[in-house]
Ligand binder design. Structure first.
Ligand SMILES: [Zn+2]
Length: 361
């Protein structure tokens, strides 16, 4: 019998596991990445059970504690038709740099502790080798570029350390761009696009071969990047606005542009961004995820769709549960008629292709 890992390692577009272990949520017991737990979505043993071959490990800097008005997530305002979350204060460079350093160090500590079972991959050859050998492949990703200085010195240093993917913004503003505030129902057109410095950042990423992630970017910013970049357009964790009109989701025009540049969309497993009513209902059927995958595949083709779970950063359906539940999603996709070639593309080949094209060396 082959395990899902051997059949098709799942390489995933986004997780917040570094944050969940670096700053545990209230009620989380102290735990190690290598110890099986029932808290959070990803740890090493559960990842193995689920056939998780690796993915983008996000470094995300939460709002500064002094600016947080209540427990995270509790500030959502329910409106007559959906929800909105009030905008977040910008975070300072020094705080962001300090926080990011700690999280990057944690990832490298995991690499050491894993004794060869987890590798921070820096090029396509390393990524391919890890997926083939069943070594967990971690791509170092920054979600929001607040730790990058205007001269890009820290970008240069983080690149040398292993940074290979960067989202200029999370859902707040910074010196590079403006993220989408969380709202439903609402268009992703929520404000101005890239700043001048943001344009320079895109060019610097292109030059170094760092993938630019457009998740959390507003619509104007998206098109600004589309005009500037020489790489395929990529959104690591999002879904179709036509099926679920949240600000975090992509319009048909954006989806088409991603297809045309031979880019990739990682499907977010966040129930709030999948359901037509935008509700955070954990009993949402896993089929909602398949509905978005089908929509994108019909629109731009199987080569441009992948997974972008947002594990440890969001609410996924109880049916999926956590990373160990991934084979259930694969089973549903098989029932839906996706053949082995298509499943290989959805589970890892599309990510590998786009990274190979974007990275240098
Ligand atoms: Zn995110």
């Amino acid at each position: 019998m082959t395990t899902p890992q051997q059949q098709w390692p799942i390489f995933d577009g986004h997780n917040d596991t570094l944050l969940r272990l670096y700053k545990p949520m209230e009620g989380d017991p102290p735990r190690s990445f290598f110890q099986r737990s029932s808290y959070g979505h990803i740890d090493f043993p559960r990842a193995k059970d689920g056939g998780f071959g690796g993915g983008f490990f996000a470094v995300y800097v939460p709002p500064h504690p002094s600016t947080v008005k209540g427990p995270p997530g509790y500030n959502m305002i329910v409106t007559e038709t959906g929800y909105e979350i009030p905008s977040f204060d910008e975070v300072e460079y020094e705080y962001a740099l300090d926080f990011a350093m700690g999280m990057v160090a944690q990832l490298f500590q995991w690499e050491t502790e894993s004794r060869g079972q987890l590798q921070v991959v820096k090029n396509a050859a390393e990524l391919n080798r890890c997926l083939r050998k069943g070594i967990m492949a971690a791509v170092l990703h920054f979600e929001g570029a607040e730790m990058i200085d205007p001269d890009f010195h820290s970008l240069e240093v983080f690149y040398k350390t292993g940074l290979r993917s960067l989202g200029p913004v999370w859902s707040r503003s910074n010196k590079f761009a403006h993220g989408v505030p969380f709202k439903f129902p609402h268009s992703p057109d929520t404000g101005p696009g890239l700043t001048e410095l943001g344009q320079e950042l895109i060019k610097a990423c292109n030059q170094l071969g760092i993938m630019v992630d457009l998740a959390h970017m507003n619509q104007k910013g998206f098109w600004d990047v589309a005009e500037l970049t020489n790489a395929p357009l990529v959104v690591t964790h999002s879904a179709a606005h036509m099926l679920c009109p949240s600000t975090r989701n992509l319009t048909n025009e954006q989806i088409d542009a991603i297809g045309q540049t031979k880019g990739v969309i990682g499907i977010n497993f966040n129930v709030r961004d999948l359901r037509a009513d935008g509700k955070t209902e954990l009993d949402t059927p896993l089929l909602e995820t398949v509905r978005h995958i089908n929509y994108l595949v019909r629109r731009i083709g199987i080569d441009h769709v992948a997974f972008g779970s947002d594990f440890d950063g969001t609410n996924v359906s109880n049916e999926l549960g956590d990373v160990a539940g991934l084979p259930k999603l694969i089973d549903l996709l098989e029932e839906e008629g996706y053949d082995k070639v298509s499943l290989r593309k959805l589970t890892h080949r599309n990510w590998v292709r786009v990274l190979k094209q974007t990275w240098k060396g």
